[in-house]
Write a protein that binds this ligand. Structure first.
Ligand code: V07
Length: 249
């Protein structure tokens, strides 16, 4: 057992149905490494990563998680080779074409957070269509962070607040954590209760920094394309073993 990493086989019966995290955020790391280990191109890893998303949607529905936010593409990912970036930008369309019927069957609402700038037109079109075609569903919110960076989000919120103060819409005195949160891309969602990061890296990598002030962090060595229902249940079980105090005692 490696310190900091939790290893136990968890069956669904061991999960306490009255303490399910409402919102689970996930950093889907290790697609490239998984592919390399198998002698496959990186893009094969990304494609296999889409299968893991489908497993997580099913597992989240089974235990009653309400929101899953996935870090699909960061504002830093533009530094990757152009060919890989282009491939990643085609994945929303591929996911939509292949999965829309199943998502509707499972009552899943697809949502996007991120910045439209730099995203190709065909990608924007695909994500807006995914949102549109699932907007009448009432079940799990599957929230993709696409061209998302937390510091950029905070700067953007600050600028919008300054504009509203200068326009006389709010006063400086009114600004508090609740108001600030309303200028964030996550204004419609509660903060994540649990963060899962795969592939053994122990960082937040500019993901939901404001929102994760009190989030429980869970790290697994599994590569994202390997991530399955069992891993998801383990993360929830581990979450339930922790005592959350939000700074109190
Ligand atoms: C991406 C597949 C999963 C592994 C991690 C990175 C690669 C699904 C989407 C997606 C996004 C928006 C949407 C529907 C689907 C996606 C990107 C990368 C950029 F409305 N998977 N996936 N987008 N990967």
């Amino acid at each position: 057992m490696i310190k900091g990493f939790f290893t136990k086989t968890v069956s669904i019966e061991e999960i306490n149905p009255s303490n399910i995290p409402k919102h689970v955020a996930i950093i889907m790391d290790g697609n490239g490494r998984w592919a390399k280990n198998k002698g496959l191109p990186r893009i094969a890893g990304h494609r296999a990563g889409m299968e893991a998303i489908k497993r997580v949607v099913k597992a989240a529905n089974k235990v009653g998680v309400k929101i899953v936010t996935l870090f699909a593409f960061s504002t830093e990912n533009w530094k990757r080779p152009e060919k890989e970036v282009n491939f990643l930008m085609s994945l929303p369309q591929e996911f939509l074409t292949k999965e829309i019927n199943e998502l509707n069957k499972q009552n899943v609402q697809v949502k996007i957070i991120g910045f439209d700038q730099n995203l190709p037109e065909h990608t924007l079109k695909a994500v807006h269509e995914a949102e549109k075609r699932t907007e009448n569903n009432t079940g799990l919110i599957l929230n993709f962070a696409l061209n998302y960076g937390s510091r950029h989000e905070i700067v953007q919120a600050t600028k919008a607040i300054v504009r509203d103060v200068l326009a006389g819409k709010i006063t400086e005195q009114e600004i508090d954590e609740t108001i600030f949160g309303q200028y964030m891309l996550t204004k419609n969602y509660p903060d994540p209760d649990l963060l899962i990061r795969t592939s053994g890296e122990l960082r937040l990598s500019n993901f939901l920094l404001w929102q994760m002030a009190y989030t429980e962090l869970y790290f697994t060595k599994a590569y994202w394309p390997e991530f399955n229902e069992q891993h998801f249940f383990e993360a929830i079980y581990e979450y339930q073993q922790r005592g959350r105090r939000f700074g109190g005692i």
